[in-house]
Write a protein that binds this ligand. Structure first.
Ligand code: SF4
Length: 203
């Protein structure tokens, strides 16, 4: 198994997370779908990883009600985000994870970071190996600004400075980085389950 994943898993466990390491996206999907108690609702945040896992279909097929705003017209998306925030389970990815266990999230709207910090009693973070960085906070921020945001901006068709060059916060009208969240330790009064996946997934 990938040595970097094992090292990161050990660091995350030391910071209070429940960590599972799997070798593939299929294994991650099956683990998460099997771990969520039957019949419980699941919210999903904006996540290319979740899309690539096919987790929403897997959960619906096993009888869960899924609240996910992906592909939904803006007029309905706000209500879905709110329902997701009120679900007992929530799934998304991370924008960067350091080998020593910091988890970094950026958000434009705030729904995803809100659910990670509070609300749902169980949060699943599905993280592909490409999200793990060998350095600390600065390297995680570099990954977010130079790797994650440009690719997401191009996928979403957003005209952000990073989509065609480099980050420029003062010139950014549709920022995905309005909020930057660093988790130093697993949030209290809830369970955060990190699934580290030995595949490249999402941005
Ligand atoms: S602030 Fe704007 S330009 Fe900078 S990385 Fe975020 S989305 Fe891109």
């Amino acid at each position: 198994m990938n040595e970097m994943l094992q090292k990161t898993a050990a660091a995350l466990r030391g910071r209070g997370y429940d960590v599972t390491v799997v070798s593939s996206a299929v294994e991650a999907r099956d683990f998460i779908a099997g771990d969520i108690p039957a019949g419980q609702e699941v919210g999903i945040g904006g996540s290319e990883t979740a899309y690539q896992l096919g987790i929403a279909d897997a959960l619906r097929e096993s009888g869960h009600t899924v609240h996910w705003h992906r592909g939904v017209p803006a007029a309905q998306a706000a209500a879905i985000r709110r329902a997701a925030l009120l679900s007992p389970n929530y799934l998304c990815s991370a924008n960067a994870v350091t080998e020593d266990g910091l988890i970094m999230q950026i958000d434009g709207t705030g729904n995803r970071v809100a659910a990670i910090c509070y609300g749902p009693s169980t949060v699943y973070l599905a993280v592909g190996r490409n999200k793990i960085v060998a350095g600390g906070y600065q390297e995680a921020m570099r990954r977010i600004k130079e790797v994650a945001c440009p690719q997401n901006a191009r996928r979403l068709g957003l005209d952000t400075p990073c989509a065609s060059g480099h980050c420029n916060v003062s010139e950014c009208k549709r920022s995905m980085c309005n909020i930057v969240l660093t988790l130093e330790h697993a949030p209290g009064a809830k369970t955060t389950k990190v699934v580290l996946i030995d595949e490249d997934l999402g941005y």
